[in-house]
Design a protein around this ligand. Sequence first.
Ligand code: TNX
Length: 537
Amino acid sequence: MYFHRSWHALAVLLLASFLLASCNLPFTQTPTEVPTPMTTPASTSPSVLTMDALIPLPASVQPAPGQFTLTAGTGIFVDPATPELTAIGQYLADKLKPATGYKLPVTAAASAPAGSIFLTTNGADPSLGDEGYTLTVTSSGVRLQAPKPAGLFHGVQTIRQLLPAAIEMSSQQPGPWAMPAGVIRDQPRFAWRGAMLDVARHFFSVKDVETYIDLLAYYKLNVFHIHLTDDQGWRLEIKSWPDLTAKGGSSAVNADPGGFYTQEQYKEIVAYAARRYITVVPEIDMPSHSNAALASYAELNCDGKAPPLYAGTEVGFSSFCVAKDETYKFLDDVIGEVAALTPGPYIHIGGDEAKSTPAADYLTFVQKVQDIVKAHGKIMVGWEEVSKIKLLPTSIAQAWTSDLATQAAAQGSKVIMSPATNAYLDMQYDPSTPLGQHWAGYVSVEDAYQWDPTTSLRGVPEDMFEGIEAPLWSETLRTLKDIEYMAFPRLPGLAELAWSPLAGRNWNEYRLRLVAQGERLTAMGVNFYHAPEVGFK
Ligand code: TNX
């Protein structure tokens, strides 16, 4: 009897500790304002529901017992039923359809019936700002609330990430489609969360660009910087200077096929991005990186002679003619057309690596260009070299290889961080990477994640950082698959640096969430590098 009783007690004890432990996995966590290191491997399988597999990590996650299961009868309700909110509801319905096979209706309603997904801007906490949201999941429904539509859109990405990874498949899957219960309160750390794509060294189709934009949206990025011109190609139709594309659009690195976007196609890209709450920042690189323009129009050259088109990968050899009035007439026309096509407030004027432009000329030139951009109602963004001129306080400098941008911050201009050693997606992961370059060293998945944008420029206070951006240069990239291979899986880490709070950041915890994201990237058909350091399944 004695033995029997003690075995019984032991069994009760074991059961109790099992229950306690399972409460910790994954539902009981103290509400946090900062991410806490995970104690369990992240998983996206429907049997182990967790809010711990999200990238970027939300500002606050409070798991609760239970789950919500999506069925063919789940409705999506929006309030108020403006075209904009209805479009966000429809975007969610469209994302859920291929894998579930459910055609979820999007309907207007002041409140949602049990068992539904409700998207609303009504009654949202204004302190969540332009992009924040709260997401409440219970067994009886999903409630997404945000003061602004952009917040709802970002919250929709969180909903996608809370569902099993198979939700991202393009063909119908068995389900079940459960989401873990809990409350997420979320808003971004930085206003500028960007990615840049170089379509000048190699040209990419509208469809490829849109696929990339979709991936940026999934990780809550909000800026798409498109590097439209360089020595090797001019990629945007300019009606007042048609040879820019007729001639300058025909070339690319390695004599690969060129190409360009008509103004209608560019507008389509801009509108596509806008529907995903992503601002397009067009870059026209100058005074150097301009051979495609110089080859198209002889009069833009100081000697009046057009150089041949260029298919190499050297930098810094070309320069617009700083002393000619024609140069500024040309730039006023170009910037005027680009400004008219671009609803976003920014125009990027490059300004990098002007090795063949005398230093004094460089200052004169960029100073004039800043005025032209302003005259067309836009804010000038430039690579860090533009910090040398007298900047307007609204102008923005993009740091990439030095501390020059401290001079911009000292003048009161904001800074975007894109240090090549951490944020350049064209840097090789390691010596075995078949694509990319390594002039700034190798950038491992961990290197891309383990840095803080606000401590890398000495003496610049935190509020001078507008955000971060991950550039992807395309000298060695020719296809969408190449783009994906270099961007993934590093881009999610950079997106997390841009969105999530700094406190509690930890590579070993992040790595497990990235493993879980790997299942999603696979389901989406993204060609990502299975970096051994991550330990993808
Ligand atoms: C430097 S970054 C450049 C680009 C190259 C890139 C290659 C910058 C502002 N200029 O012209 O494509 O390195 O990594």
